[in-house]
Ligand binder design. Structure first.
Ligand code: DMJ
Length: 643
């Protein structure tokens, strides 16, 4: 028993012992003495109990010798010559001598325990003599020590690793004055979004630009984690908004804390926070971003503690308890969520030298490879307890989208060495093309959704990212179908542009149909909104990089003007509830992905290709650029202890 163990007891008791300048001195003094007496009585009773337990409980030493630390003196003498290896042989062999040693040792231990207890009692008495302030100061010192130790542990410098080839960070200035002007306009929009968030929502996750206050949703949990700051950092950096970048860095350094009792989405935190921090680290070289990314990743790891290793959708950052969304089929995890961790987790292993992250995502991949796929398609739902698929719904939009994207990008990010990922991508895309991609009567190529053996002829705004993905995956495709996939990318870009062009605001709806005489138009009222999403512009940008067809810049500029005209308000940018109405209501949310993705892709569209060249950088699904890793000679799965 040591003094620190007694401190909380003393600490709790002391407020009642404080005499202060009471008008009832005698009464208070009596109280103080009786309190002390009770305390001492409790301590004595406790000590007596310990002695009692030691002397009168059955002697367990014969069964649990190691508990008493007697293993050195009581190791049974095994007479191997007689083949007798039982403990019984110890009792006969040299019994008298050993029993004596045993008694001596017990006596020594009893004396030690008695002395320890007496010392503790003395220390307790000493404590009671101290003033309340003295004791509180002692407690505070102890607490500070612990906090310091923890901090030291958390911010322990990470092992230095050779940085990958980080080229094209500060380039991209277009020579053409018209293009430059457009690029400057997009930068101004970024500044408007940032300045208003800074003024009205600073530290909150997002901004309500009309109410002019902070905003959050359940994906970020209930605490202020500054999602917009983290998500916007790399956009600020590449736009040369360095003062704003520094403000963000300072906030992250001082305020971004993950030891909060908050239940967050593993997927969203990974793509926005870990992706955002890693990109900010690679672009700026500032250690703080790497350290924060690693700390946060550690908080996500408990989500993988499921019977299959397929992570829960949500995890409490403090307790590590995970669970799935209530709406997901049969308690399932979501394909686009557990399948969109690979890029960030490989980088975490690369930067820390700790294979734990790599092993988690490779385990998911291996498990998926073993499973049967109906019609070669991956269903959106997988139960993390049973390892069985939920409903047979397949989508390249919501719930499925970025899983396919990350298969392709795993291959690209490995400098095209991860052939397993490339094969999984090629297989998946072949099945998608066969079962989900169709041409409408009016000649528009669209990607529908597969629901229990039936094709729903509806495409989401989210699905529009696939145009860019097909173009990005064209090079290196199976049977050298590069031309085919580039063409498919162009067709999807065209369809998605039509979905914008057929609205009043020239902004795309959340979902649009190809059915019953309707083409690329939203039918249901609750699918007519535009929430500042990036996917269509993302596809324009990839198509621009691969083809330099000027129509992609033209389409991007149309979207820029529409956003500036209909979504800009004096307090930032807001989504709109109906893109077919000439005076739509605002949803009053400035999404963090508007700064991370929409404005970044627009800026890149009007920059030269030497800004973040695609041979050296791979963008995560939240548009955070991560460098290609040359992993051929690096073992990320090395230490079996981490598996
Ligand atoms: C972003 O958070 C990411 O692009 C994600 O992959 C899907 N949806 C949003 C933007 O629409």
């Amino acid at each position: 028993m040591t003094t620190p163990a007694l401190l909380p007891l003393s600490g709790r008791r002391l407020p009642a012992l404080n005499l202060g300048t009471s008008s009832f001195p005698h009464h208070r003094a009596t109280l103080r003495l009786s309190e002390k007496f009770i305390l001492l009585l409790i301590l004595s009773a406790f000590i007596t109990l310990c002695f009692g337990a030691f002397f009168f409980l059955p002697d367990s030493s014969k069964h649990k010798r190691f508990d008493l630390g007697l293993e050195d003196v009581l190791i049974p003498h095994v007479d191997t010559s007689k083949g007798d290896k039982t403990l019984g042989s110890f009792l006969i062999h040299g019994q008298g001598h050993d029993e004596h040693r045993h008694r001596e040792e017990e006596e020594r231990l009893r004396n030690k325990i008695r002395a320890d207890h007496e010392k503790a009692l003395e220390e307790a008495k000493e404590k009671l003599k101290k003033s309340r302030d003295e004791i509180q100061a002692e407690i505070q010192t102890e607490k500070n020590k612990v906090v310091q130790e923890l901090k030291k542990k958390e911010s322990k410098p990470l092992p230095p690793v050779p940085l990958p080839n980080l080229i094209g960070i500060n380039s991209g200035e277009p020579a053409d004055p018209d293009v430059r002007e457009k690029r400057d306009k997009i930068k101004e929009m970024m500044k408007h979004a940032w300045d208003n968030y800074r003024q009205y929502g600073w530290g909150h996750n997002e901004l309500k630009p009309i109410a002019r206050k902070g905003h959050s949703t359940n994906i970020f949990g209930n605490s202020q984690m500054g999602a917009t700051i983290v998500d916007a950092l790399d956009t600020l950096y590449i736009m040369g908004l360095h003062d704003e970048f520094r403000e963000g860095q300072e906030w992250i350094d001082k305020n971004l804390d993950f030891s909060v009792n908050s239940e967050v989405s593993v997927f969203e935190v990974n793509i926005r926070f870990i992706g955002g921090l890693l990109a900010a680290y690679y672009l700026s070289g500032q250690e703080v971003f790497k350290i924060k990314a690693v700390q946060l990743a550690g908080k996500l790891l408990p989500a993988f503690n499921t019977p299959t290793g397929i992570p829960w959708a949500m995890v409490n950052l403090k307790s590590g308890v995970g669970r799935n969304w209530g709406w997901a089929s049969a308690g399932s995890s979501i394909l686009a969520e557990f399948g969109t961790l690979h890029m960030e987790f490989v980088h975490l292993s690369y930067l820390t030298g700790d294979p734990v992250y790599y092993n988690k995502v490779m385990h998911i991949r291996k498990l998926l490879q073993k499973m049967d796929r109906p019609n070669g398609l991956y269903p959106n739902y997988l139960n993390p307890r049973t390892g069985r698929w939920g409903q047979h719904h397949t989508s390249v939009g919501g719930l499925g989208d970025s899983f396919y994207e990350y298969l392709l990008k795993a291959w690209l990010m490995s400098d095209k060495t991860d052939m397993e990922a490339r094969k999984m991508y090629d297989d998946a895309i072949e099945a998608i093309e066969k079962h989900l991609i169709r041409k409408s009567n009016g000649g528009l190529t669209f990607i529908g959704e597969w629901k229990n053996g039936h094709l729903e002829r509806k495409m989401g705004h989210l699905t529009c990212f696939a145009g860019g993905m097909f173009a990005l995956g064209a090079d290196g495709s199976r049977d050298d179908k590069a031309g085919h996939y580039l063409q498919l990318g162009a067709e999807i870009a065209h369809t998605c542009h039509e979905s914008y062009d057929r609205t009043t605001l020239k902004l795309g709806p959340e979902a649009f149909k190809f059915d019953g005489g309707v083409e690329a138009v939203a039918v249901r009222q609750n699918e007519k909104y535009y929430i500042l999403r990036p996917e269509v512009i993302e596809t324009y940008w990839y198509m621009w990089r691969f083809t330099h067809d000027p129509k992609y810049r033209q389409w991007g500029w149309e979207a820029t003007q529409a956003i500036d005209k209909y979504c800009r308000v004096s307090g930032g940018f807001s989504g709109v509830k109906d893109v077919y109405s000439s005076s739509p209501a605002y949803d009053d949310v400035q999404q963090s992905f508007f700064l991370a993705e929409t404005l970044k892709y627009l800026y890149l569209l009007f920059s030269n290709d030497d800004l973040l060249p695609l041979d050296n950088w791979v963008f995560n699904t939240e548009a955070h650029p991560l460098p290609v890793l040359h992993l051929a000679n690096t073992t990320l799965s090395g230490n079996p202890a981490y598996r």
